[in-house]
Every structure is written in structure tokens, then in C-alpha cells.
Write a protein that binds this ligand. Structure first.
Ligand SMILES: [Cu+2]
Length: 474
């Protein structure tokens, strides 16, 4: 059945992106697993001047051959790890380093003493490292890369074990949620209304990639990474079959990319790395109707999404959607706070049991509770709702209403169906979306939530205010 097949395809794609990063221009390293982040790598590739290495699997006890004094250390980077990530040298001292980037994005080899060697994808660079008797750790300092596994250590044979085991990471410290800053700027309310469908059949959309500070909840500022300067990025609404050309200019100091789920393209075709200062035009045909996520796919995609790099594409079905009174576009996402004014905390976002500080609609906690969305009794309301995660599902519900029309991932509940079926909540895993419709039953207040109620108190709440907000007198 095609809808199920499509969902399976999306899930597979999402897994691929999370593992490999869709910005990879070269062949992804499909063999990468979390074990690559451990102290022992199974790969001996690229280690010159030696035939065997302790700590590599499975070395027999007593196999202690190590890199000869002064020999070149060859270390490869891939997305996301180092080969090898555990190196032993026979003696402390100065060693030339050959750094080969086999990955699809820029990486660096940053040692604990500050020595830093950078290589673009496919590039080989070199440097020198002075290995102290206690050994030295290294990592890639591109945000998120060390946490994703790009860490390693050089030990000195017979030396102290200070550098052995998982490499120390200056960026992997435990962080806590900052306290609210009373001087933080007030948040800017995101327009909740869906934009009209764009006229014409070919659309050129400028979407610069910019970083800026954003108040994401009263008192809390995140240094967000954005498409178009806002979180979420701009909502794009087109007809089925239209051609969309999105022009991206990367104004930041970090590589990014973009992945439109509304498109069908090889990840190494359109989802390419956009380096700092570079431009890219992502072109696609809107082949299928629906509500689609777009996001940065640069590894680790989780971190780029957690920092705000996502948005919604609406592709109208053949013949267009029937007119209603009010249309809203709502995206549920999470914030994992780092320090005030800093990017999101990747360690928190990537936890096996993530505990978001805020779960929000359209980027800001509680904004539509503080600023209710005005509707009128008897009106038809359509809501395009998308869960972008990066981690948490939505059970989208509006207290006091019943959805009579739901199109979720291509599967439809239609108003006026012969059985009289309705819907109370729409379950959306990350990267799933729906179009829901309802009739506002009477004047009063209607609370929009995720029915996973532990998150309602964390910001996933808004209000539709019908009429003057007071219930009718009975
Ligand atoms: Cu990005």
C-alpha cells in the first residue's frame, strides 16, 4: 500500500540522515556505528610507520608495537569519527601529522594543547604535534562532532594512562538549564497564520542561512541557526507539480545544507554541503501533495535541527484545498538549552532519553497562550501541523474540538464520511505532518496542546479564542 510504503521510505531516509548526514558529498561511511566513538577502533587504515597497534581490536596481550619516534602519524577523519582514534607512540616528542579528511564535510584535528589541523572533504593536510609523556587527546571542534564521536587520544607506550580511554572532551561537559534572565528581550510572536499558496508554477525563494539570538521562552535566549532568520524558517506553499528553487547563502562560519522532504533527489545531488560564504540553489518539483518538513542535514543533523534549522512546505493537492475561514501553520519542536545566548546543548538533545527544556509551537514557548489566536464560533479552521522533533512526538489535540477532516501523511479522514468518524488527536513522530480541520463549536477558549501532558507545562500550549473568549450563556 503506497502510503505505508512512503512512510517506511521516510523513516529509512531519516535514519540514513541521522547516521551519515545528508550533506555528505562523497560516499557515506556506512560502517560507522557508535562503537567507532570508543577508545578502540577496528580500523588500522592509514597508520603509517607501524604494523600493529595496542588498543586496536583484538590485539593479543603484549602486542605493544607503537609508532616509532618521529614517524608520521596519519589520522583520517570520516563522518563522524577518526581512524584510528587511539594511537600509541613509543616516546614523547614531536611528530609530524598527516590529516586526511575522508568525510563529506570539513573536519579538524584539534589537540588538547590547541594545535589545530583543518581539512576540507577529500583534502589531506599536515601539521606537527608535540606529544607529552602523559599523552594527548584530540577531537574535531566543529559543533557537535566531538559529541557524535570525533574524539581520540595519543598515548605514549609505557607512559601514564592519562590520555587513554575515551578522550577527554572540552565540549562534552554536563550542562544544566540556565536560570531565566529578567533582562532577556521579550520574544517576538510568530505569525500563526498559513501563507497563501504562491501564484505561478515556478518559484524562486531566497533563504539566507543566518545565526542570531532569539528569545525562545520568556527569559531564555538561544543563539539559533536559521533558514531565513527565523525559527521555524519560512513556510513555503505551492501547487502540486510546481518547480521550487530555493536560493541559499551561508552567512555563518559553519557548513550547512538543506533537505526538503517534499523533494525526491539523491542526497549527494541537492543536499550538498554549503560552506561558509557559499551559495546554493536547491531545485525540486513538488511531486506529492502534503505538509513536508525541511531541515539542515549537515552532520550531526540532530544538532542543526535542535538549533532551529527547520521549516514547513505545504504542497496543495490536485485542484487545491477548499477555502476555509482561518488557516494556521503550527510546527512543534523542542529546545535543549545551553547557556544563555549560546546554541542548543547537543549533549542533552542527543540523549537516549531526551528531556527537553521546552516543547514549543512555532519556536517560542507559550506564545499562543500569552497571545491567543482569534477565531469565531462556527468558523472552519484548518491547521497545517508538523512535528520536527528533533526527538519528541506530538499528540496534537485542541481541547473541546473534534477534527472532522484529517490528512496525515497522505491518509485521509474525510468530513461527512458515511460512518460518522471523527478524530481527537493526531499522532506525529518527528518529520510527520497532518492537515486537520474543525468547526469552532461555540464562543469560548480552546486550548491547543500536545496531549503528552508532561510537555504542556514546558511550553507546548496555545489558545484559540472564539468570539470574546467567554462561553455562551445557557
Ligand atoms: Cu546546518
Amino acid at each position: 500500500m503506497s502510503a505505508i510504503a512512503r512512510m517506511r521510505f521516510l523513516i529509512v531516509l531519516a535514519v540514513i540522515l541521522s547516521l551519515g548526514g545528508c550533506a555528505a558529498a562523497g560516499a557515506p561511511d556506512w560502517t560507522f556505528t557508535t562503537s567507532a566513538a570508543g577508545p578502540a577502533s577496528s580500523s588500522m587504515a592509514g597508520m603509517s610507520g607501524m604494523a600493529d597497534m595496542p588498543g586496536m581490536s583484538p590485539a593479543p596481550a603484549g602486542a605493544t608495537s607503537a609508532v616509532a619516534a618521529g614517524a608520521t602519524l596519519e589520522i583520517h577523519a570520516f563522518d563522524l569519527g577518526f581512524k584510528p582514534n587511539a594511537v600509541t607512540v613509543v616516546a614523547a616528542g614531536s611528530y609530524p601529522v598527516k590529516f586526511v579528511n575522508d568525510g563529506g564535510v570539513q573536519h579538524n584535528l584539534t589537540f588538547a594543547d590547541g594545535t589545530r589541523i583543518v581539512a576540507d572533504p577529500g583534502q589531506t593536510t599536515s601539521g606537527t604535534i608535540v606529544v607529552p609523556a602523559s599523552g594527548i587527546t584530540f577531537l574535531c571542534d566543529v559543533p557537535g562532532h566531538a559529541q557524535a564521536g570525533m574524539k581520540g587520544a595519543i598515548d605514549v607506550a609505557g607512559g601514564s594512562t592519562a590520555a587513554s580511554g575515551p578522550a577527554g572532551s572540552p565540549t562534552a561537559g554536563v550542562s544544566t538549564t540556565p536560570v531565566a534572565d529578567p533582562n532577556a528581550p521579550a520574544y517576538v510572536v510568530r505569525d500563526p497564520y498559513a501563507p497563501p499558496v504562491m501564484s505561478g508554477t515556478v518559484h524562486d525563494i531566497e533563504m539566507p542561512i543566518v545565526e542570531r539570538d532569539m528569545t525562545v521562552a520568556t527569559g531564555f535566549v538561544v543563539h539559533v541557526w536559521t533558514f531565513g532568520g527565523t525559527v521555524p524558517g519560512p513556510t513555503i506553499r505551492v501547487h502540486l507539480g510546481d518547480t521550487v528553487r530555493v536560493h541559499l547563502t551561508n552567512t555563518t562560519a559553519m557548513s550547512h545544507s538543506i533537505d526538503f522532504h517534499a523533494s525526491q533527489t539523491a542526497m549527494n545531488d541537492q543536499m550538498v554541503e554549503i560552506k561558509p560564504g557559499a551559495t546554493w540553489t536547491y531545485t525540486f518539483q513538488a511531486d506529492y501533495a502534503g505538509v513536508w518538513m525541511y531541515h539542515c542535514g549537515t552532520a550531526p543533523a540532530l544538532e542543526h535541527i535542535a538549533n532551529g534549522m527547520f521549516g514547513m512546505v505545504i504542497v496543495e493537492p490536485r485542484g487545491g484545498l477548499p477555502k476555509v475561514d482561518t488557516e494556521l501553520a503550527i510546527i512543534q519542536s523542542e529546545w535543549y538549552l545551553g547557556a544563555q545566548g549560546q546554541p542548543a546543548d547537543y549533549t542533552k538533545a542527543s540523549a537516549a532519553a531526551p528531556a527537553p527544556d521546552f516543547v514549543v509551537f512555532n519556536g517560542v514557548a507559550n506564545q499562543y497562550k500569552d497571545h491567543p489566536i482569534q477565531v469565531q464560533p462556527g468558523q472552519r479552521v484548518r491547521i497545517f501541523v508538523l512535528d520536527v522533533g528533533p526527538d519528541i512526538d506530538s499528540s496534537f489535540h485542541i481541547v473541546g474540538t473534534i477534527f472532522d477532516t484529517v490528512t496525515k501523511e497522505g491518509i485521509q479522514l474525510v468530513r461527512g464520511n458515511p460512518g460518522g468518524w471523527g478524530s481527537q488527536a493526531v499522532d506525529l513522530s518527528p518529520a510527520q505532518a497532518a492537515i486537520i480541520e474543525l468547526t469552532v463549536p461555540e464562543s469560548g477558549m480552546y486550548t491547543m496542546v500536545t496531549h503528552a501532558f508532561n510537555f504542556v507545562g514546558r511550553g507546548a500550549v496555545g489558545v484559540l479564542m472564539a468570539g470574546d473568549g467567554k462561553p455562551p450563556v445557557h
